[in-house]
Ligand binder design. Sequence first.
Ligand code: MRU
Length: 342
Amino acid sequence: MFSAMKFNESNLELIDQKRLPHEQIWIACHTMESVAKAIEDMVVRGAPAIGCAAAYGIAIDAMNHQHLSTWKDYEKNFNLSLDRMAKTRPTAVNLFYALAEMQKTVVKFTPTTPMQTVIHDIARRANALYEDDIRTCRAIGDHGADIIKKPANVLTHCNTGSLATAGYGTALGVVRSMHQRGHIRTVWVDETRPYLQGSRLTAFELGQDKIPYKLVTDNMAAYLMQLGQVDMVVVGADRIASNGDTANKIGTYGLAVLCKHHDIPFVVAAPKATIDFKINSGKDIPVEERPAKELKEVQGISIAPVDASVWNPSFDVTPAELIYAIVTEHGVHRGPNFKLPV
Ligand code: MRU
């Protein structure tokens, strides 16, 4: 199983997901700012992976202030770092969950707490978030695999695997667990325009794990369903409102509508940390717009008039009523009254 990041007690190494699948290049981030930039630039992406990277970015920042003697000397800088990190990407709530966990870690410090303790506790918390995410993904995978207990064709969108999490994946975790049970006939991987997380990353991961897949373009999903070739669609999430409305990669909503028409279960797989209980519905989810060049270029090659005007929302919001089940580490929560774990 591939990993998106390695924390070395002095820096964070990130596999550059912009260069995959053809090049496997690791980038060492030695500062909080370089981790923040890596998140903004999509070197690391996927909601849980963004959260883990942000936590490690804060840990690196503390390490880089080891010349200070106490928490009192560092506190202001710590808060500035949290603010900077919070500005990297707006939609994935896992980022804000991870930063809140960092904040909880420092509550117990007093002005005289030695800097060595500060560094140690922050790094330990960041590591714990990472380890928790792997356990969480495995639980999500195993619960999700209970939905269909016979060989099936499953369609997935974007990349929700080891690269998008600390490991194993959410929606792709469900696929992995189904495969272990002999219940994957084929995974339909849609390429996920405009940034191609499906064709570049999901196809790469499934290939590495020898899980049978077929790549399709996004606009083939309707025909595939009409031909009876899709038994379930499983996707991840960037933020789930308390009523179950779900923000995920642009194109997700369209798949959910298609599932409704074809009577196919549309399943969302995500950790409890992706549920934002502060918001009642999807209307309150901030949707990030990405730069025009991510739509007008593919791997640096222009595919549109250079002066084309562009709308490039990175996510859409699927209404809860279209979701058959939300799978978390706590189990399968069936719609329409999901009873999400609080
Ligand atoms: O823009 P990205 O690549 O960060 O978007 C990723 C997604 O939308 C994923 O489906 C989501 O974060 C879940 S990842 C387990």
